[in-house]
Design a protein around this ligand. Structure first.
Ligand SMILES: Cc1cc2nc3c(=O)[nH]c(=O)nc-3n(C[C@H](O)[C@H](O)[C@H](O)COP(=O)(O)O)c2cc1C
Ligand code: SF4
Length: 550
């Protein structure tokens, strides 16, 4: 059924897609009116349940969102920083309670106290100017450090567009097969979490014959604590755009779709402006630079759902279907967006392509380690003395990131949650055992993931943090498979009861629950959540003991 729907929803092409139309219909009131939904379902020839299923899924479209004027970030970093209760109090003095909603996460993890008004994000001390912000709809400037240790592939300046895009023009003079060789030599692995080979993905899409193919950039950076993709989009946007154009040339795709989370309004604006710039420079469109290659971009602003970062849910989302995870195979490279061959890659992965094409795959592979080549961007939260985005060669000791680049912790910290909600919980005494690369983290029983760092301070109860993780998963679960849909809720209930009632958690029951989620879930949301919880139960057994049966 969803297979047919994908075809049907692609009928009008990417530029007129149901998902965007639903977003437009919700613009004024926060949720689309029934008449608007009826009109759209007639126009797109889909049933009431399809449109309802979509609208009721997203934080920014669903009826509960109606009338909200300000949104407080409820992501992990703002939560452990303990800034949001005070923020709520101050906002309550300016807004009615029913006008205050929640968003997760605004990517302002470096200065916390984050909130969103009228399509703009605020953080740090901005709340103290709330009266002016509300009256004048003014913007403020966030501050975070940017630095590197080793090779600044992604953090160095790239100069003028004309000069920089010579790399792409040179690519057009080579065959896609020649470029694939460079990519293979580079050993580049996906930066979105799974570490999958980029060359393999592009080659398999290239090898499928089709008149229509897509390069989709996954810019749904939903991991609380992560803002490195946002950094690239806002401060190095052409690394990403050129990376997508190169990927398009290699695979034979003529359309690049950038799916950017709605919580990053500034990224949407900057990327849109940069695409305009490329059009003006005649670097997009038909027969670019006479090289016989056509390419255009489409920016899609998401509507608030963490699961849309999972690549198949993301494709369903763009199509306007309820973003449920799809069973693989078929893989997106064979049957992706609107059933056409599609490459889905993370922002940071794609942003590495210009460097590889300019310097050669071997030069890239010479940086980092054998199995994790190149560099990695790391996002440090507000507990560090120097919070910010740091680029390090893969293989750099974690202690260098924490102590040298991040300047150490501002307050006592007991653990770092690295790699998003599905990443490992690293106790601080393990810092010296780890280097920043896929293998070191896997060997020690953690996960590098997207390399975001959320600190858990000494005084923050881990039982509360685990409760937060279960609750987050329960809220974000797409509901397709029961281990995640039910397991996350049961886990949340146990943690909640253990704190508030005369109830102790049964170890065997909890372990069974975690095993079921880990082995039985369709995707890494339900399948990945047990990792940080198991880490917490292993490394913080004494702290958690009072909540468990003896
Ligand atoms: C629940 C969940 C959320 C995800 N969120 C993101 C995300 O925000 N950004 C991202 O690039 N990948 C995310 N992924 C991984 C994607 O499914 C996919 O592996 C990735 O986009 C592939 O790109 P890469 O090979 O360049 O890493 C997520 C996966 C899961 C299971
Ligand atoms: S694990 Fe959760 S999010 Fe993933 S498919 Fe199953 S229900 Fe959906």
């Amino acid at each position: 059924m969803s297979n047919n729907l994908s075809h049907l929803l692609g009928r009008k092409g990417i530029n007129k897609n149901l998902f965007e139309e639903l977003g437009k219909a919700a613009f004024e009131t926060g949720t689309p009116k029934q008449e608007a939904l009826d009109k759209l379902r007639d126009e797109f020839l889909v049933g009431k349940s399809t449109v309802y299923g979509t609208v009721s899924f997203y934080d920014f479209l669903k009826p509960e969102n109606k009338g909200k004027k300000v949104y407080i970030c409820n992501g992990s970093a703002c939560m452990t920083a303990g800034t949001q209760d005070n923020l709520h109090k101050k906002l309550s003095a300016n807004y009615k309670e029913e006008e205050i909603g929640e968003m997760c996460c605004l990517g302002r993890c470096h200065e916390n106290s984050a909130f969103h008004i009228d399509g703009k994000n605020y953080s740090g001390n901005d709340i103290d100017d709330i009266v002016t912000i509300r009256k004048e709809k003014s913007t403020t400037k966030e501050r975070y450090n940017v630095g590197f240790k080793g090779s600044p592939i992604l953090t160095s300046e790239y100069g003028s567009i004309k000069e920089y895009y010579k790399i792409f023009i040179d690519c057009l003079k080579q065959s896609p097969d020649e470029l694939i060789v460079e990519l293979k030599d580079s050993g580049l692995r996906g930066r979105g979490g799974a570490g999958f080979s980029m060359a393999f993905k592009l080659e398999s899409c290239k090898n499928v014959a089709s008149d229509s193919k897509f390069i989709v950039c996954n810019a749904d950076e939903g991991d609380p604590g992560a803002y490195s993709d946002r950094y690239i989009m806002e401060q190095r946007p052409h690394e990403l755009l050129m990376g997508m154009m190169i990927a398009g040339y290699i695979t034979g795709a003529d359309c690049g779709v950038i799916y950017i989370r709605g919580e990053y309004p500034e990224s949407v604006d900057i990327i849109t402006d940069c695409i305009e710039e490329l059009i003006k420079e005649k670097l997009l469109g038909e027969n670019i630079n006479g090289g016989g290659f056509n390419f255009n971009f489409k920016v899609i602003k998401a509507q608030g759902a963490y699961i849309c970062g999972e690549e198949t849910a993301l494709l369903s989302s763009i199509e306007g279907q309820r973003p449920e995870v799809r069973v693989r195979p078929p893989y997106p490279t064979q049957k992706g967006l609107f059933n056409q061959p599609t490459v889905v890659n993370n922002v940071e992965t794609l942003a590495n392509l210009p460097f590889i094409m300019k310097n050669g795959g071997k030069a890239f592979a010479a940086i980092g380690t054998n199995k994790s080549s190149g560099t990695k961007l790391i996002s440090l939260d507000g507990y560090f003395n120097k919070p910010g985005i740091y680029e390090v060669d893969m293989g750099t000791p974690l202690s260098v990131v924490v102590n040298e680049l991040g300047g150490g912790f501002g307050k006592p910290v007991k653990a770092m949650h690295i790699g998003g909600p599905l990443g490992g919980l690293v106790p601080v005494d393990k810092i010296n055992n780890l280097t920043v690369d896929f293998d070191s983290f896997a060997k020690e029983g953690f996960l590098l993931g997207h390399a975001s760092v959320v600190c858990i301070p000494e005084e923050y109860p881990l039982v509360k943090y685990i409760e937060h993780l279960f609750k987050f998963t329960a809220h974000e679960s797409c509901g397709k498979c029961f281990p995640c849909r039910l397991g996350s809720v049961r886990g949340y209930e146990m943690m909640e009861k253990a704190q508030n009632e005369n109830y102790k958690i049964d170890y065997t029951l909890m372990n069974d629950l975690l095993e079921t989620m880990e082995t039985g879930s369709l995707c890494a949301l339900g399948g990945g959540l047990p990792l940080p919880i198991k880490n917490a139960m292993k490394y913080f057994e004494n702290e958690l003991a009072p909540y468990f049966k003896k």
